[in-house]
Structure formats: structure tokens, C-alpha cells
Write a protein that binds this ligand. Structure first.
Ligand code: UDP
Length: 500
């Protein structure tokens, strides 16, 4: 490796769009702050291809390193190198399988450290890849943990996996409330808010998550994709828990998105630039469609990059949308149990649905230009699974949410959005919940209604205030900007202290 790689940050994201995307944004953001770093992102071959196409659209000094990985060795379908298209049990298998990257990653670090002649190298790994901390220690280099989630969600995730505070309640299936260690007494959780991995965890899962979290707690500091003044309670709990520096360097979204009022000028293809996907036709279609609707009138519906809902839920959601009579853009993919990348069958929707909705709705199959949709002034609310990227993207634009958490820490995010921020109404939780068209229609009307003094208006006002804080945080000498400078100063002094 050439001498230019002398201040080298090596990143190791977990294999999922919702992790790869913020890691890539983090890399761009570090280089924006200090172009003298070199950054390498290491991952499996297919994810490296994907990142390669994403950075091809945006000049940068980001290097990519393929680590060998064969999904079939782990009981996964061939070429399953990220969570796209995997069922929730396969996602847990992929999490376990990610530890197979340890050997190739160790070889890579060994090559870098020896060829660069001095240990001016550090690692930033995903909170799911805590094992990277052991590798860093064995080469005498610094290791930082990056949680792509928010502070509240990360704190709840860590505490629940490490303490299982609900365990004595789960057997009886009790909906009772319990306190999560680290959270205040007044902030009660319920079993219904726990994700299916925690509820169904076996000893192997428990060991996996506890090991990754415990190792991450031994790193030199944590980076969190959030904004200091936006997540007050979450950060207080996380800091008490982690007992390491926590730098809030979010929101990790393209800087173009942080300029308010892009209006209909969203033709830049920022989703494509960031994700490597090229939804050019979709983008044009969505923007033209949004342009034809009044400000704040449209509901955007998406369950993120890897989730879907059941056939019955899809049917009720469609009927509820129709009944609400509100305009919507729905990113739709096959329901649970079917190939998520396969063709969409008309029988999954009410008969004649697409003809009937006419101008009311726009269906986008599989993948939409989400950033551009959320930036558009016509978008008034987001029915979301509350994945953290979707949450920050939505709030950064002052768009309130309707929550339908499906996996991971999403229900903790939704809980915070409702209880701490007042910008969300939860429609339902998880893939096995029952919803009715009446509930769907009612909640849409609450959130999109323009009634003065009503709940919708209150949520919108709060979301707009949060949006201002989020967008302002990245400006010079504001919180996220300062946190990034502090972090990079720590990285540089870490290089020095390792060298003496
Ligand atoms: N996304 C997108 N188009 C889609 C679905 C998702 O651009 O049709 C992007 C979205 O903008 C976000 C990411 O994919 O940046 C999804 O991340 P999130 O944390 O919300 O959910 P996950 O996919 O990890 O469950």
C-alpha cells in the first residue's frame, strides 16, 4: 500500500443497506472535514460492488476492499451478502455469518499495518461487528464503534440484549410494563415493543448479540448517527451506558438534502448518487406526480430497504388508503413469504385497486427515490417502519410520521418519536399484527389533517422545529460539525499515542 495511506481509517459496516449507506455517508463526511485522511471500506464482494457503483457517481478518495464470503457456507441462499430479500430468520443467520469476515479482515489489517510502516491506522466498525475491536487491540491500533441507529434506539438495543429485563414476563406473554436498565423509571417499555429477535432469542443469539455489544463497549469511543440537541434522553441513557466518548455526527444524509426548500428542484438524483441504484424514470415520475399536488398533502409509504408486510396487512393498507381519499406514494414489494425481488401479483391488492385510485395514488415497485420524495414540498407525512435512516431523513425535512415498526430497534425509535418528540402516531407493530382499513384511514386523516389546533398540526410544527435543528447542526461551529472535528482530533491523537 502506498505511502499516501498514512492517515488511514478502515471501516467495517454490517451487510445491510441501512448500514452500508450511513457508513458511506460517514466516509464522505470525514473527507469533507479533513481531506488528508484515506478511507477504506471493507465488506463482502457484492456489497463492495454496490458501494463501487455508489461512489462512481461522486468523486472521492474512498477505497474499497473485498473480503471473501460465501453465503452458501452459512445455510443462506447463494449470493446473499446483505439483508435485501432475506426473511427475518435469515437476517439473524446473516448476522451470525458476519463473524466469518473476521479472518479475511484480520489479514487485511495485518497487510495494511505492515505495509504502511507505522500504525497510523484505526478501525471504525459497526456495533454488530464488535469482534473488530479484538483485531484492533491485537495490532495496537485504535477502534471506534459506529452505531448507524439513533441514541435512544441504540441504548434500548444494548440494554435489552445485555439485561433481558422482560424475561420473566415473556413466558406468560404478558403485556406488562417493565423498566429497561439505564432508562428512567417513568419510561416504561412493554413486551409488544420488543422485536421478534429478542422475543425469540435462543442461547446462540443471546451470546452473539451480547458478545458484539460487550466488545464494542471496549472500543475507544462511539459515533452515533444523531444530533446532540435532538435526542436528549437517548443520549443521556447511551452515555451512562457506554461510558466512553459518544460523538453525535449525524444526520448522515447528503448535504444537498440539508438545504431546506429544494421544492420541486429534486432532479439531482441524490438517492441514486448515494445508493448506487438508478431509479431515473421513477424519479421523474415521482417528482412530476408530486408537483401536481398541493403542499403537505401527500402520504409517502415505505418500509425501508429490506422489510415487507403480510398479504392480509397489504390488503387492509390498500383499502384504508383508498378510504382515506388522501394522495399517496406507496413503495410496494411482494408480501412476506414471497420472493421480494420477484414480480408483483395483482391479487395482492384489492381487485381493481390501481384503476380505482387513479390520480389519488402512485405505486412505485421495489425501490423509490426516497430522499427526493421527502424533500418535496408536497410530501406531508411518512408511513414508515421507523428505520433510523428513514426517521432522520423524514425529520430533517420536517415531515411527521405514522409508525409501523417491523424489526430491529424500530419500535424503540417509534416509541421515542411518540413519547419524546410528539411527531409520530403508531399505527401498529410487527409483521404479525392485525390492522383494519378503518384504523389506517383514521390515522392518515389525523396526521394529514390541516385542522388548526389539531394533532396533525401539532405534529407538523414539532417536526418542522426538529428539522431546523437537524439541518442547522451540520453548519460550521454547530453541534454535529464540532463533534466531527473533536472525533477527528481524537483519531489523530490516537495515531500519535500508538506510535510512542
Ligand atoms: N431507501 C430508498 N428507497 C426505497 C427504500 C429505502 O432510497 O425505496 C433508502 C432510504 O432512503 C434509507 C434506506 O434506504 O436511506 C433505508 O434505511 P432505514 O434505516 O430507513 O431502513 P432499513 O432498510 O435499514 O430497514
Amino acid at each position: 500500500m502506498e505511502a499516501m495511506l498514512s492517515k488511514h481509517i478502515i471501516m467495517l459496516p454490517f451487510m445491510a443497506q441501512g448500514h452500508l449507506i450511513p457508513f458511506l455517508e460517514l466516509a464522505h463526511k470525514i473527507l469533507d472535514h479533513n481531506p488528508n485522511f484515506t478511507i477504506t471500506i471493507a465488506n463482502t464482494p457484492l456489497n463492495i460492488n454496490y458501494l463501487g457503483s455508489a461512489i462512481a457517481n461522486r468523486p472521492s478518495r474512498i477505497h474499497l476492499k473485498s473480503l471473501s464470503f460465501n453465503s452458501s457456507d452459512h445455510g443462506l441462499p447463494p449470493n446473499s451478502e446483505n439483508t435485501d430479500g432475506l426473511s427475518s430468520s435469515q437476517i439473524v443467520t446473516l448476522l451470525h455469518a458476519s463473524t466469518a469476515l473476521e479472518a479475511p479482515f484480520r489479514r487485511f489489517i495485518s497487510d495494511v499495518v505492515s505495509s504502511e510502516g507505522s500504525p497510523r491506522v484505526c478501525i471504525i466498525s459497526d456495533v454488530f461487528m464488535g469482534w473488530a475491536n479484538g483485531i484492533a487491540k491485537s495490532f495496537g491500533i485504535f477502534h471506534y464503534t459506529f452505531t448507524t441507529c439513533g441514541a435512544y434506539g441504540t441504548a434500548a438495543y444494548c440494554s435489552i440484549w445485555l439485561n433481558f429485563p422482560h424475561r420473566n414476563l415473556v413466558d406468560g406473554g404478558s403485556p406488562e410494563e417493565f423498566v429497561v436498565p439505564g432508562f428512567p423509571e417513568s419510561c416504561r417499555f412493554t413486551v409488544m415493543e420488543l422485536n421478534q429477535y429478542v422475543r425469540a432469542a435462543d442461547a446462540k443469539d443471546e451470546r452473539f448479540f451480547q458478545t458484539q455489544i460487550s466488545s464494542s463497549l471496549e472500543s475507544n469511543g462511539w459515533l452515533c448517527n444523531t444530533v446532540e440537541e435532538v435526542e436528549t434522553l437517548g443520549l443521556e441513557v447511551l452515555r451512562n451506558y457506554v461510558k466512553l466518548p459518544v460523538w453525535c455526527i449525524g444526520p448522515l444524509i447528503p448535504s444537498k438534502m440539508l438545504k431546506k426548500n429544494l421544492g420541486s428542484d429534486t432532479s439531482s438524483g441524490i438517492t441514486a448518487q448515494r445508493s448506487g441504484k438508478q431509479p431515473g424514470i421513477q424519479l421523474k415520475k415521482c417528482i412530476e406526480w408530486l408537483d401536481s399536488h398541493p403542499t403537505g398533502s401527500v402520504l409517502y409509504i415505505s418500509f425501508g430497504s429490506q422489510n415487507t408486510i403480510s398479504e392480509t396487512q397489504m390488503m387492509e393498507l390498500a383499502k384504508g388508503l383508498e378510504e382515506s381519499e388522501k394522495p399517496f406514494i406507496w413503495v410496494i414489494r411482494p408480501p412476506i413469504g414471497f420472493d421480494l425481488k420477484g414480480d408483483f401479483r395483482p391479487e395482492w391488492l384489492p381487485s381493481g385497486f390501481e384503476d380505482r385510485i387513479g390520480k389519488q395514488g402512485l405505486m412505485v415497485y421495489e425501490w423509490a427515490p426516497q430522499l427526493e420524495i421527502l424533500c418535496h414540498q408536497s410530501t406531508g407525512a411518512f408511513l414508515s417502519h421507523c428505520g433510523w435512516n428513514s426517521v432522520t431523513e423524514s425529520l430533517s425535512q420536517g415531515v411527521p410520521l405514522i409508525g409501523w415498526p417491523l424489526a430491529g430497534e424500530q419500535a424503540y425509535n417509534a416509541k421515542m418519536l411518540v413519547e419524546e418528540m410528539g411527531v409520530c402516531v403508531v399505527l401498529t407493530r410487527w409483521v404479525d399484527s392485525r390492522i383494519t382499513k378503518e384504523e389506517v384511514s383514521k390515522v392518515i386523516n389525523v396526521v394529514l389533517d390541516k385542522i388548526e389546533g389539531g394533532k396533525g398540526e401539532d405534529m407538523r410544527k414539532k417536526a418542522i422545529q426538529l428539522g431546523e435543528l437537524i439541518r442547522g447542526s451540520v453548519e460550521i461551529n454547530r453541534s454535529s460539525y464540532i463533534a466531527m472535528n473533536d472525533f477527528l482530533t481524537t483519531v489523530l491523537s490516537g495515531f500519535k499515542s500508538v506510535m510512542v
